[in-house]
Structure formats: structure tokens, C-alpha cells
Write a new protein. Structure first.
Length: 433
């Protein structure tokens, strides 16, 4: 009975209770990992620290803290808007810790890891970044490179990654190192076990198949600690497509339900090796569409995925929740039924939304050409220019409009705002011929 009680207390500590972490101004946090019979625990200043985090480049740090997260990750030490120190300072002010990204050049972008001068220059640049930030109290760990396993051939890269980790540990004994993989495979696990022995943690990024991760960790015999450093909406490479090849985006409510399921089965389920996770993305970005991966809209309004993370981090739902999409059709067809329209034809779109608090919903519609600015590896893309909708009529949740006059591929977006800071989103790809 005592053991059962202890397990319950630990469960509540890691998954239900707010961290009692105390950050000391002008003093680096001491971060370590302890292994007790295969059970790994991350310690910050000798206190257990289960990562409840999000990936964040330009998102609202204070809002992340208000939802009871305890950490966020970056992809570089300088995002072009704020310096690494400014990001850490803001994290400190909000009681959050940062997994600081260090950008490593990628072979797929033309970098040659056999070029000793280029490798040395990169090494020295990273050393300078680490020396500048290593003593900040909000620093949690170093994330060296992002998805280096994508489209590479030169395994010398892993040797250099290990050299950089050794350098970091030498000049910064207080913090840990990790690198992130796009998915997980036996090849990369074996290479990291052989060549990257200095890394403290493995970080894995998975989307639609995240629920399989605990089984894959065992299958590929990774016995050390790991973090799920990116996860969230089903990837655009993982969803069904229209006849003309447009990936079909799930609406915001379907996404939210899958966030919860993926967290429960892909992250929370592993209580031995998983140290926590960073959900993607706390903010907004254009990648295939302006709504695919961001948990907020372009104007900073929360979607249902934020509600889910609030529930995960607090063990209760927020007082006011985002509207729920029940159905969305274009000429009585869903996104999966290949809407092909004639130029100038009259069309009818209908969205059915329910609100948990019965708030009144305001609707906004938008037509975008299918994006052609597609970039690999998650790089920020340019949003297509919206068309002027030739509206015949609009009543609440229904829009009657004329098809664009030009042949091509488009998407019809709808945004349902509860006027309390929450939004439902959905879109249907269509083709004009």
C-alpha cells in the first residue's frame, strides 16, 4: 500500500502539480539526470523537473507561463528578433527554463563536414554563443542542431556533433546536451550510440505516429533518457491528399483531440525514460497553410490545441474553451471529397460550430491560392496573397460566393471567433477549372 501511495504522489508531482522550482538571479541552474534502476529523472537545482514545454520562436512567453508550462525550446540562440540573452531574460521573468537551440549547418543546405576550415569556424562560433549564455539562470540545456538526420550522407557529421558536445561540457559543466532527430530509426540510434557518446539526452520529433514512440524506443534499443522535442498536428506529409495532390488539413478541433491522444500514448505513457516534451508550435507560422502547425492564429488568438495543453499541464480545462468544429462543407462536400468548381459558378459553404459556453460566434472567410512557396525542414514560408471574395450572401455560418475567375488550386478558410480570445479554424482545398 505504501508503494502505491508513493507512485500516486510522484504521478501528481510530475503531471498535476505546479513546479516549486526556484531560479536564482545571476547564478546558473545546476542541471543533471539521475538513473534509478532504469527510471530517469531530470533534476534542476536538485529538484525533479518534468518538462512541460512548447516550441517557441516568436510566441507569447507570458501566456505560456500562465498556462502552467515550465519550459520552452528554441531553434537558434538568436531568432532575428531577440538575442539569446533577451529570450532567457524574458523566460526568467516568467519563471520558465529554456532548452536553447544551437544552429548546426546541414549537409542538405550545402555544408561539407569534410571541410576542416568550415567545421572549425562553426565550432568557434558555437563556443562563443555558449560562453555568452551559459551562466544564465533560465538556461535548462543545449539543443545542438535540429533534425540533422534529414537527407544527409556524411556520417562524419555525428563525430563533429560529439566534439561540440564535449566542448560545451568542458566550458559549461552545469548544463546537459541533446540533439533532435526527425523520427527515429535503428540506423540513427546506432550511429548516435556509437559516435555521440558525449550527448546526455536524445531528442525525437514525431507527429502523426507519435503514439508508436514508446514501442520504437524499445524496438531500437535506446536505453537512455529522451525528450519529445517536437510533436503536434498531423504532418502535411502524413495526411490524405486531393486528386490534384493538395494535402488535406484537419480542422482545429480534430487536431486538438489528437494532441491529447498523442500526449497520453506517446509521451505520458513512458514513465521511465521520457523526460517530458515540447509541443509544436506555441505561436503561428505559414507552413503549407497559415493554420497547420500554429496553436494560435495570425492575430494571436488561441485555438483548441491551447486548451488541450492547459488541460495536460493543469489537470483541468480552462474556464472558457475554444469553439468546436462539428462539420464544414463546400457545396455539401467535405475536404475529402475533391471539390472541383467552375469559373464564376455560385457556391455554398457551411460551417457548423458548437461553443462550450454558448458564446456567440463571429465568422471570417478567406480564399488563398494553394501555396507554392514550399520549403523543406520546417523553414518559414510566405503566405499567399488572399483573393477578394466575390460574396453573394453571408449569413452567420454560411457563405455563398462566386468561384475565382482564374483556373488553379485554392483553399477556402473559415475562422470562428467566440469573442473571448478563442478561435476555431478549418479549410477545404478546391480546384477551379
Amino acid at each position: 500500500m505504501k508503494n502505491q501511495y508513493l507512485v500516486l504522489v510522484l504521478f501528481l508531482f510530475f503531471f498535476g502539480c505546479k513546479s516549486n522550482l526556484k531560479l536564482v538571479k545571476n547564478r546558473p541552474a545546476k542541471v543533471a539526470i539521475v538513473n534509478s534502476n532504469g527510471k530517469y529523472t531530470l533534476l534542476v537545482n536538485n529538484e525533479p523537473f518534468y518538462i512541460k514545454g512548447a516550441g517557441l520562436s516568436y510566441g507569447d512567453i507570458s501566456k505560456l507561463a500562465k498556462n502552467n508550462a515550465n519550459s520552452f525550446r528554441t531553434w537558434t540562440t538568436n531568432n532575428g528578433v531577440k538575442s539569446g540573452k533577451e529570450v532567457l531574460d524574458e523566460a526568467y521573468e516568467n519563471g520558465l527554463m529554456v532548452a536553447m537551440g544551437i544552429n548546426l549547418a546541414k549537409e542538405r543546405h550545402g555544408f561539407d563536414y569534410n571541410n576542416k576550415l568550415a567545421v572549425k569556424k562553426q565550432y568557434e562560433g558555437i563556443k562563443k554563443e555558449v560562453l555568452e549564455l551559459k551562466d544564465h539562470p533560465a538556461l535548462l540545456l543545449w539543443v545542438i542542431g535540429n533534425e540533422l538526420n534529414l537527407k544527409y550522407t556524411n556520417i562524419v557529421m555525428w563525430d563533429e556533433l560529439n566534439n561540440i558536445s564535449k566542448m560545451i561540457h568542458k566550458i559549461d559543466p552545469n548544463h546537459l546536451t541533446t540533439t533532435t532527430l526527425a523520427g527515429i530509426s535503428q540506423k540513427e540510434v546506432t550511429l548516435i550510440q556509437e559516435k555521440c557518446t558525449d550527448l546526455d539526452i536524445l531528442s525525437i520529433q514525431m507527429y502523426g505516429n507519435l503514439e508508436n514512440l514508446p514501442q520504437l524506443i524499445k524496438k531500437f534499443d535506446w536505453k537512455g533518457p529522451y525528450i519529445v522535442s517536437e510533436w503536434g498536428a498531423t504532418g502535411h506529409w502524413q495526411v490524405p491528399k486531393t486528386k490534384w495532390g493538395a494535402p488535406i488539413e484537419e480542422n482545429s478541433s480534430v487536431k486538438a483531440s489528437k494532441y491529447l491522444k498523442r500526449y497520453n500514448y506517446g509521451i505520458k505513457k513512458d514513465t521511465l525514460q521520457c523526460l517530458g516534451s515540447y509541443v509544436f508550435l506555441w505561436g503561428q507560422k505559414q507552413e503549407r497553410t497559415p493554420t497547420w502547425y500554429g496553436m494560435f492564429t495570425e492575430d494571436g488568438i488561441e485555438t483548441a490545441s491551447v486548451d488541450v495543453m492547459h488541460y495536460i499541464w493543469n489537470n483541468q480545462w480552462p474556464k472558457n474553451r475554444a469553439p468546436k468544429v462539428i462539420s464544414f462543407t463546400l457545396n455539401e462536400k467535405t475536404a475529402y471529397q475533391n471539390s472541383i468548381l467552375k469559373k464564376g459558378a455560385i457556391n455554398r459553404a457551411t460551417i457548423l460550430i458548437e461553443d462550450f459556453e454558448n458564446d456567440s460566434i463571429s465568422y471570417r472567410w478567406e480564399i488563398l491560392p494553394e501555396s507554392k512557396n514550399i520549403k523543406p525542414g520546417g523553414y518559414r514560408e510566405e503566405k499567399p496573397n488572399a483573393l477578394i471574395i466575390e460574396c453573394v450572401s453571408q449569413e452567420n455560418n454560411q457563405l455563398v460566393f462566386k468561384s475565382p475567375d482564374s483556373k488553379g488550386e485554392y483553399r477556402l478558410f473559415v475562422y470562428g471567433n467566440d469573442n473571448h480570445g478563442h478561435m476555431a479554424t478549418a479549410n477545404i482545398p478546391f480546384k477551379v477549372q
